[in-house]
Structures are given as structure tokens and as C-alpha cells.
Ligand binder design. Structure first.
Ligand code: SF4
Length: 365
């Protein structure tokens, strides 16, 4: 049996090592795990924090994931779709305020009208910023041609969360017509098209084991994922999963999420990892703690205030009553409080992407 120090000195952790790290219970040992991850973060990606301004431009969704507040069958949910000009205004606000990149996110739709609309929005943003604003998409499962169109229009990163890498657990979280293999194929298509590839999982789900979480990290490694966005599972009351999750322990899920961020950093090293907003739904300093456990990206919401409260995938989402400018000031002081700096006007691409596509590591300045 190895001590925590011995495990953290290894070049590569085994499955048993990872399980033992997820099971740590002493505050001192858990801190050692976070500190080891933080050292690796500084070595491989530095201590700058990269912003991705998040524009949640529509909560209309054709799917029915059992955990999600904007699922199609949640008929009590008021729906919205921002106009092209509203989205462009938000993107230009991000650009003018030095955010290196934005994320365009919505519920999943695959109809031609929506696909054409998104293509037009991406082209407009690219044209109006001289292609200097990084564009990440988080728009679910699409066919190869659609991903290709959006890439040609100017997007270069794509986030598609697998939510869990275990097909049996995936089946418990989704209706029968939602396919795990289809989602994996979408990730492969995105990689083949040259996107920087992002995925992630929920942590602390009903029916989920620590073995599942360790497998998630191996999945990220096997799929050569460049960007990871994972966070605690947070219940949304108006969803079918809420009942199964009634016993959900928020503090446990929060701590488990930080341990997963730390393990992902230790195992994958030069990827980007987001300190997700869901962390802050469970702890007032959730995102700062995520950065200290190995994350290096934050996605401040820049969706106009009038739409924010309509885009609630889970309960207690933070920042729903703020405007983008207030979030910027708040995050500056939060990030300053842990002695990290925000990398304004930089894309902050993950070195992992360059290593896997060119075979060369990019030197971190
Ligand atoms: S998780 Fe995404 S695809 Fe599933 S219901 Fe929610 S918005 Fe739609």
C-alpha cells in the first residue's frame, strides 16, 4: 500500500492509485492531491486563466436527457431564441472586453433552419472580429456535414460532453432513443475535422461508481481529448432524475469534482480544464477552488440578463441576475484573490491539441 506522497511522485498513476485518490478523506491528504495537480498545471499550461464568454443563445431542445432542466418534455419551461444581432452584440462585447474566445451554446436542434442560422452567426462573428475571436461551439450531436460547415464558417473548438463514459450508466440517464455510440461517433467526426475537441462528465450522478469516474479519465485519454469541462451533478427539480437523486450529497459531489479535476490534470497534463459554473452552484468559491485543483479555464456567462434565468440546466445556477460587466469585475477579484492572472486577448489553446496534431509539444512561455 503506497502513501499519498508515493502515489503522487509516480510518473503515471495506475487504476488502483486513481481509486485511492478519489477515496481520500483526510483534509491534509486531499490538499496534497490538489497541490500536486496545481504544480503540474503550472508546468504544462501556466497559471493564466483563459476566459470563454458563454452565450446561451437558445433553450429550445429536441432531446430529453433525464437530468436536464431544458429537456423537451419540460413543458413548464418558457422557451427563447436570441436573434442574430443579439448574439453578435454579445460576441462583440466579449471581443471589446479582451475575452479571447466565446462559446456558443444552445439546446440541440438539427433542422436546416437552425443549422443555417448558426452558420450565419458564426460567419458574422468571424467577419466582424477579423477572425480574432476564438469560437467554440457546444451545440450537441450533428451530422458530419454540419460540423464541417460550421468549421468552415469559422468555429475551431467543439464541446460535446459524453456525461459518462459508461454505456450502461448513459442508458440510465437518457431515454432509449439517445445513443451513447452516436455521441462517441460525433466526437470522432469532430476530431477528424480538425476541431479542438472537448468533452466532460457529470460527477456524483445517481448509480455512478468511483470506477466509472476512473474510466472517464481513461476515456478522455483514449479519445485524445484536448479540453475537459466536467462538474458536479446538480439536481434540477423538474426532471425525471431528480427523484433518483433525492439523496444527492452536495458537499460530497463538490469534493469529488475537485478530486476529478486534480486527477485529470495529473493524468492528462497539457489539456485545458474548465472550472465550471456548476462548481459554484455548490460552493461560493467553487470556481477558484477548481483553479487551485488544476483547472485553467473559466466560462463567464455573457448571455443577456433577460435570458439567463431561462437557461437553467440545474438548480441554483449562479450569476443569473448579473450582467456580463458585473461578472467580469467579480471574476477579476476572485481570480486575483488566488494570485492568478486572466489572460486577456489570448485564445489560450490547449498545448495538447498541438502535440496531437503536429507531434510537437508547444513550449509554454
Ligand atoms: S442536456 Fe443538452 S441535449 Fe440533453 S436535454 Fe439538455 S440541452 Fe437538450
Amino acid at each position: 500500500m503506497h502513501t499519498v506522497d508515493e502515489v503522487l511522485e509516480k510518473d503515471r498513476l495506475s487504476r488502483d492509485d486513481m481509486l485511492s485518490m478519489l477515496s481520500l478523506s483526510s483534509g491534509g491528504d486531499i490538499q496534497k492531491l490538489y497541490d500536486a495537480a496545481y504544480r503540474i498545471k503550472r508546468q504544462y499550461v501556466g497559471s493564466k486563466v483563459y476566459f470563454r464568454g458563454l452565450i446561451e443563445f437558445s433553450n429550445i431542445c429536441d432531446k430529453n436527457c433525464l437530468y436536464c432542466g431544458i429537456r423537451k418534455d419540460n413543458t413548464g419551461q418558457q422557451r427563447y431564441m436570441m436573434s442574430r444581432d443579439e448574439i453578435l452584440d454579445a460576441a462583440l462585447w466579449a471581443y471589446d472586453n479582451g475575452y479571447g474566445s466565446i462559446v456558443l451554446q444552445s439546446g440541440e436542434r438539427t433542422d436546416p433552419k437552425y443549422i443555417g442560422f448558426v452558420t450565419d452567426v458564426i460567419s458574422s462573428i468571424s467577419k466582424n472580429t477579423g477572425a480574432k475571436l476564438g469560437i467554440t461551439l457546444s451545440l450537441g450531436e450533428q451530422d458530419l456535414r454540419t460540423y464541417e460547415r460550421w468549421r468552415e464558417a469559422g468555429a475551431h473548438r467543439y464541446l460535446l460532453r459524453i456525461e459518462t463514459s459508461n454505456p450502461d450508466l448513459y442508458a440510465k440517464l437518457h431515454p432509449a432513443d439517445h445513443s451513447f455510440m452516436r455521441r462517441v461517433q460525433c466526437l470522432r467526426d469532430l476530431k477528424d475535422l480538425g476541431y479542438q475537441l472537448g468533452t466532460g462528465v457529470m460527477i456524483g450522478l445517481p448509480f455512478q461508481t468511483q470506477e466509472n469516474l476512473v474510466d472517464d479519465i481513461f476515456f478522455f485519454e483514449r479519445m485524445e481529448i484536448d479540453m475537459i469541462g466536467m462538474g458536479p451533478y446538480v439536481i434540477h427539480d423538474d426532471t425525471p432524475l431528480a427523484q433518483a437523486a433525492a439523496e444527492c450529497d452536495k458537499q460530497h459531489n463538490f469534493e469529488l469534482s475537485l478530486k476529478m479535476i486534480a486527477l485529470a490534470r495529473i493524468m492528462l497534463r497539457d489539456v485545458n480544464i474548465a472550472a465550471t459554473t456548476a462548481l459554484q452552484a455548490l460552493h461560493p468559491q467553487g470556481r477558484e477552488q477548481g483553479l487551485l485543483a488544476g483547472a485553467n479555464v473559466i466560462m463567464p456567462i455573457i448571455t443577456h440578463k433577460k435570458y439567463r434565468e431561462l437557461y437553467q440546466l440545474y438548480n441554483d445556477k449562479p450569476c443569473v441576475n448579473e450582467e456580463a460587466g458585473q461578472c467580469k469585475g467579480c471574476l477579476e477579484s476572485r481570480i486575483g484573490s488566488i494570485n492568478e492572472v486572466i489572460a486577456y486577448n489570448e485564445w489560450g489553446d490547449p498545448p495538447h491539441y498541438f502535440r496531437r496534431t503536429t507531434g510537437r509539444a508547444m513550449q509554454h512561455p
